[in-house]
Design a protein around this ligand. Structure first.
Ligand code: BG6
Length: 530
């Protein structure tokens, strides 16, 4: 269900009937707080440019960058041009298109906790809206450090820049009033207490229907394809449960280290940085029940049930189900790299984890007894995100009598790179004997569709402009995932205080510590080599 009425710019094209729905939002202005930062330069503006190039943004659209630094509109546009030339998916830049796009980009200097800055922003925004004939629809993007989220939202409230929409049950005025939506970047809190406090602060100004909490994994094509794969095909859903699935492995591996983000990462660690958000979102989409409709609340209601059904890891099993580790010096692709403790802005005796492996259960009828093994780490041999579903073996083995075991069927869903899906199964080797060899049926996005998937931020910015919150996390989802993750942090903190607990190390360029292999070996299993 979309908030804010039907798009007005869509021209019906009879040739597209039955094909993908083309969605163009209503004319609007987008204000980006933290506009001089990395995210705006590397992701947001390049995404907006690519959307413009694909004609997915309305013709009347303004971007207002807001940040502390003094800068003219012209200087801001020049900076963004360089950033888009380097990072936009649609490159090289088209000069005419850039000129038209840049003409509607403006810069406003201000401070996040100063009411006068928000009053000035309002005056500027209203002036731009008048000049460009915009109807007053607004999206505010919080790309600031998280410590400023609450202040910016208070500022919006005091200046009455983001009034809440009429309640859904109220008679809807025609035409609908302009919308005001707020996109909030991650991290959303650092534990359950801070996430709850942030939700409370935000809800003092905004209605939940105005809030779009970003998890960029939900904008990835392959993550969305999980829903299509499961619910648009009749043959997979019947086997998507504990009768057929032996276990599931989810890997989020990166070859990069913490780069210039040592200061942030010291406070975060892999559990906060990757698991609480990205990996648990993937788990919830993978494991959820079919929603009653493909609408934001129906989908998120089902995801929430999965997050609430995550079994808390008992004290007695903690060391068998949870592994944390940190990278030591090593070599990746033939290049020596330093260890985590030698990275800039990292303490030389840091105990922050750069790798985590977990064995997790979902207490539901569908998944009872099926272990989900999750692992995520930096400085692993390569960048790969994938889900591998291991199916149970055939109940009665007619073949493989000579002692050789038959490999289980594995469905691997490659989220990135080389996006695709493969199903492994055993096939008879040509020849007179009944020998079996593993083979694979594969689908690759690149070769099937011949296009590069759009950037996650493109999809998410567009969805917010269209009022579709399906791919954004709701307040209760964020709190449910923190509730589960915060217990792990608590246990680590208790261990550290008591001088217990072990932080393993692994050489950069390896698949993590031996303890992660032991976690699997204890169950008679092994990590899949992605
Ligand atoms: C971010 C984390 O949210 O996700 C980073 O803060 C991580 O540490 C990144 O590198 C991974 O995203 P992607 O899209 O490259 O898998």
């Amino acid at each position: 269900m979309l908030e804010g009425g039907a798009p007005t710019d869509v021209v019906a094209n009879p040739l597209r009937q039955g094909l993908a729905e083309e969605r163009v939002p209503e004319p609007a202005a987008m204000v980006i707080f933290g506009a001089s930062g990395d995210l705006a330069h590397r992701k947001l503006l390049p995404a907006l440019y690519s959307l413009t190039r694909d004609r997915l943004l309305p013709a009347r659209f303004a971007i207002i960058g807001f940040a502390r630094r003094a800068m003219t509109d012209e200087a801001f546009r020049d900076e963004l041009r360089a950033a888009c030339a380097e990072h936009a998916r649609r490159r090289p830049l088209d000069n005419d298109l850039w000129a038209a796009f840049a003409a509607n980009i403006f810069y406003q200097q201000g401070s996040y906790d100063d009411p006068a800055s928000f009053a000035a922003l309002k005056t500027r925004l209203e002036g731009i809206e008048r000049t460009l004939g915009l109807p007053g629809n607004r999206v505010f993007y919080l790309a600031t450090p998280p410590s400023s989220f609450a202040a910016v939202i208070r500022g919006l409230g005091h200046a009455n820049l983001a009034p809440p929409p009429p309640p859904p049950e109220a008679a809807r005025p025609v035409p609908p009033p302009p919308f005001a939506r707020v996109i909030i970047e991650k991290p959303f809190g650092t534990d359950l207490t801070t996430a709850r406090a942030l939700n409370r602060d935000i809800h003092a100004t905004l209605n939940e229907r105005q809030i779009y909490r970003i998890d960029h994994y939900l904008g990835k094509e392959t993550v969305q394809n999980l829903l299509v794969f499961r619910f648009a095909n009749g043959i997979f859903e019947p086997v998507w449960n504990n009768h057929f699935v032996d276990h599931v492995q989810i890997t989020g591996a990166e070859s990069i280290g913490v780069e210039a983000r040592g200061g942030y990462f010291e406070q975060a660690g892999s559990l906060r940085d990757m698991v609480q958000n990205h990996l648990l979102q993937v788990v919830s989409l993978f494991a959820m029940e079919p929603p009653i409709a493909f609408d934001p609340d129906a989908v998120r209601d089902e995801k929430l049930k999965v997050l609430k059904a995550l079994r808390h890891i008992p004290e007695s099993d903690f060391d068998r189900q949870v592994v944390r580790a940190q990278y030591a010096p090593g070599s990746i692709a033939g290049r020596m790299v330093r260890g985590y403790r030698d990275e800039p802005n990292v303490s030389p005796d840091s105990t922050t984890e750069t790798f985590v492996a977990l064995k997790v259960f979902i207490d539901s009828w569908r998944w009872a007894g099926v272990p989900f093994y999750l692992r995520s780490g930096k400085r692993l041999p390569k960048r790969v995100t994938e889900i591998a579903v291991y199916f149970k073996e055939a109940p009665h083995l007619l073949f493989g009598r000579r002692g050789e075991s038959i490999r289980p069927n594995v469905l691997s869903i490659r989220i990135q790179p080389d996006e695709g899906i493969a199903l492994n199964f055993g096939s008879k080797l040509p020849g007179p004997s009944m020998e079996i060899a593993p083979v694979s049926m594969e689908f690759r996005y690149g070769s099937s569709f011949g296009v590069e998937p759009p950037e996650a931020y493109e999809r998410l910015l567009l969805d917010c402009l269209l009022g579709d919150g399906t791919l954004f996390t709701r307040a209760d989802e964020v709190e449910a995932s923190w509730a589960w993750v915060s217990r792990l942090h608590q246990r680590w903190a208790d261990d550290t205080a008591a001088g217990r607990g072990s932080l393993a190390t692994y050489a950069a360029g390896t698949w993590g510590p031996a303890a992660a292999d032991r976690l699997m070996a204890a169950d008679g299993r092994a990590w899949r080599m992605p």
